[in-house]
Design a protein around this ligand. Sequence first.
Ligand code: DGY
Length: 383
Amino acid sequence: MDGRWNVVNSGGTHRIVVTKDLPGDQWLEILENSQCRIDVCQSRQVLSPDELRDAIGDECAGVIGQLTEYWNKELFGALARAGGRVYSNYAVGYDNVDVETASARGIAVGNTPGVLTETTAELAVALTFAATRRIVEADDYMRSGQYDGWLPDLFLGELLWRKTLGVVGAGRIGTAYARMMVEGHRMNLIYVDVAPNNQLEAEVVQFNSYLESIGEQPVRCTHADDIDSLLAGADVVSLHPALTEDTYHLISGERLARMKENAILVNASRGAVIDEAALVEHCTRHPQFRVGLDVYENEPEMAPGLAELDNVVVAPHIGSATRWTRNGMAILAARNIIGILHNYPIWNQEEMSAFLHPDAPAVTPSIINREALELPVFPNLSG
Ligand code: DGY
């Protein structure tokens, strides 16, 4: 360990490594109150696999790690040898974690769902409108002193009201985004997911009753069988799937070519869902096609040419970056650690708010490989 590490509660019994300092202080109190010694890395650089192995050392009960680190065989081997029982990813996505290896080593893998849903959906909405209404180009134009006065054709964009929205992946975040766009902007919805989202469909039925009660036309909600019909029909396509082998390069050059020439494409999920080189080519050839990106195939790099495109708005993976959410993620990550150390059962419901309170239940919020490790769950609905 070097000077980049800050040790909190040095006399604690369980040594926990936290690879980046986290917002708020409730997460630290949770760990301290459970007799943990916490080693927190103060560096803002991504730690290399060697640095992570050094940080684990000979004795480490658990780690809170980052989505920028690749938790593979070597690191889980080191953690298991150091007596580690739990790794908690400071993210809801966990494509950076080899969960199978962790399970084989008996290490529980946690994540932080539930507290980023609306925050990430709001960022996707922000990117949608920034791209549609050309906000970044217009901002540059103002700041560079080019604005000479109002003109009938200055920065024309597209109207989204009552147009068609395509949502790829109707999980928590995709559903929250769909609600915002359907209820706020009366968009007709086409979505793809492995199964119909009954809750979302029921909400649209309710919303239509409201629209009819005020004399407005209803909106349509369709579960599409295949992504290609969604891409062909949508004015806006927003991507919300987890990154897996099946969704890697889901949006290929061929699929981009199926989209409307003036469509809006938004990605706040994982960069590799889009073939980024193909996207650069498509956007170069179709200046009316507009894109809002929060994530990149090879973060922190962008594909050559992307940064030069006026029709692309780029943000530095800030989907979950609100104070409330990042504090909440830190609390859930800490509770995953202590839950496993205390052998608490694993929560098996979606609602996470109880875990944000100081008097949270003696339950572990979110362990991905709970089934593989045969961990007890709460509530145990099988009786
Ligand atoms: C996540 O949690 O997976 C996000 O990408 C981080 O904001």
